[in-house]
Write a protein that binds this ligand. Structure first.
Ligand code: CU
Length: 97
């Protein structure tokens, strides 16, 4: 029983450790989203503003020509799906991420 408990403790420590490592490594993520539906500078601003106001966003770069939204963000604060959802909510379509 004691042996079992100590094994659990070790596993627990390891998972905490890797979780911490992950947070440090992923503190700033850069993702490139392919976005369809942006036709002018106004669309660029709409997408940019919608994403910028989210938590953990460090930088948003929108390219109308490339149909790309490049986002630097803190993955411990914001998930990629949330950013995609935010862009969709602003009226655009995520082609690929
Ligand atoms: Cu537009």
């Amino acid at each position: 029983m004691q042996r079992y408990l100590s094994t659990v403790a070790v596993v627990d420590l390891q998972s905490q450790d890797s979780c911490l490592t992950r947070i440090i490594r992923d503190i700033m993520m850069r993702k490139v989203l392919k976005v369809e539906g942006m036709t002018c500078q106004h669309c660029v601003e709409t997408v940019s503003e919608a994403v910028t106001k989210m938590a953990g966003i460090q930088r948003v770069d929108v390219s109308l020509e490339e149909k790309e939204v490049i986002v630097d963000f803190d993955e411990s604060q914001t998930k990629m799906e949330d950013i995609s959802a935010q862009i969709v909510e602003a009226g655009f379509e995520i082609v690929m991420n």
